[in-house]
Design a protein around this ligand. Structure first.
Ligand SMILES: [Fe+2]
Length: 398
């Protein structure tokens, strides 16, 4: 009689044990470890009777050598041995071969030792002298092998589950990354649309975004804030999409009334973005991007620490970009001129620490960013038709 997995079932031993049917395992290699040759030989004989192949070792050291050299399924070891004791051998085998079945052999008067061995990881214990009836050894062995087989199946199942979880986690991660990419594309299009609405500041959003990240990184300790700072800088003028062309694109200076309308872009931008969970922190930067440390900014006239840190970083990046970019009414000013303005304004309009970090950054860093953004701008202009269509969609009254 055999099971699905090919294990032969021994109905006799099952009836004798009175337990639920146990499969009998064939082709099992057993290593018997005992310093007493007669005990070793008796057990080997019993095992041969029930059809198992058997190796013998006279001590723990020899047992470890055999285990290293030969495929073995079961170790049956005496506990009282010179050299490595049975308990020490058990610990070693559990460490090196955790899937091996390990039975210990005890005398009739030290069953407690057998129980302790099971607590230490033995699968069962046999009592010496062995009964002539091999079914005791057979049943014990079958039970231990069956238990090990079940443990292995549970282990395989757990491993399979872990693989499934890892695979699904990876799929989820990819899906999230895909969503993130979609966000990034949408935000990128919005940033380009903002710049295209105000053609006098082409590439401005991208540059202040990169300048702000550079300053934030150089300041240190803002690793968790960088994304918000970047998003705030990128979308800072999103409210301008709602400012009428007549004011936004007016060539001359604005009247007081027009200026008031223009200044509303910070509140409009904030209102647009604040309800989007992953942009809620960036919204604070949008609202505060025209605030100045000396309280001369708008819309709330906040001072110093009252202004969100990201907005204070942005203020320096924005001034630097405004001065070093061409405008319809003037050519770009040299870096040195903008550095001078920021140095003079440190601790007044600009946060002193942010200004210091900016001023300690070499010009090459800013030049590199300008070169990179100029190259991207060529692409953006090529896509201008699409972006302008998007801009018209989000612009009210057009
Ligand atoms: Fe603005």
């Amino acid at each position: 009689m055999s099971t699905k997995s090919g294990e032969a079932v021994n109905p006799v031993s099952n009836r004798k044990s009175g337990a639920s049917p146990l499969p009998q395992f064939s082709d099992v290699r057993v290593l018997v470890v005992d310093d007493e040759a007669p005990a070793r030989n008796v057990l080997a004989l019993v095992l041969a009777q029930i059809g198992h192949r058997c190796e013998k070792a006279a001590n723990g050291e020899e047992a470890l050598r055999i285990l290293e050299a030969m495929q073995t399924d079961v170790v049956i070891s005496d506990l009282q041995m010179p050299g490595i004791s049975g308990m020490e051998l058990l610990a070693k085998v559990r460490q090196l071969y955790p899937h091996l079945v390990f039975l210990v052999v005890t005398g009739t008067d030290d069953i407690q030792v057998g129980i302790r061995a099971m607590q230490e990881g033995a699968d069962d214990y046999l009592v010496k002298p062995f009964q002539v009836d091999a079914s005791v050894v057979s049943t014990s062995l079958a039970r231990a092998l069956h238990k090990k087989r079940l443990e292995q199946e549970v282990e395989n199942y757990r491993h399979h589950l872990e693989e499934m979880v890892a695979e699904q986690t990876q799929q989820l991660r990819e899906a999230l990354r895909e969503v993130e990419r979609s966000y990034e594309h949408t935000l990128e299009a919005l940033g380009v649309a903002i710049d295209l609405r105000d053609s006098s500041t082409a590439g401005h959003s991208r540059r202040v975004f990169l300048y702000s990240i550079e300053i934030g990184k150089a300041m240190g300790g803002l690793e968790h804030e960088l994304k918000n700072i970047a998003m705030g800088a990128w979308l800072h003028d999103i409210g301008k999409l709602a400012i009428p062309d007549a004011i936004l694109l007016k060539p001359g200076s604005l009247t007081d009334e027009e200026r008031q309308v223009m200044q509303r872009h910070v509140q409009i931008g904030y209102d647009l973005v604040k309800g989007i969970p992953f942009l809620s922190n960036a919204a604070e930067i949008i609202l505060g991007h025209h605030e100045r440390c000396d309280g001369s900014g708008y819309p709330r006239g906040l001072k110093a620490e009252e202004i969100p840190g990201g907005a204070r970083i942005f203020a320096v990046a924005d001034t630097f970009d405004a001065m070093t970019s061409d405008r319809p009414y003037r050519r770009a000013l040299p870096f040195a001129a903008s550095r001078e303005v920021i140095e003079r304004g440190a601790g007044k309009q600009y946060d002193a620490h942010v200004a210091r970090v900016f001023l300690s950054t070499p010009d090459e860093t800013w030049q590199e960013i300008r070169r990179e953004t100029a190259a991207i701008q060529v692409f953006s202009v090529a896509a201008a038709d699409d972006i302008q269509a998007l801009s018209r969609l989000v612009k009210p009254g057009s």
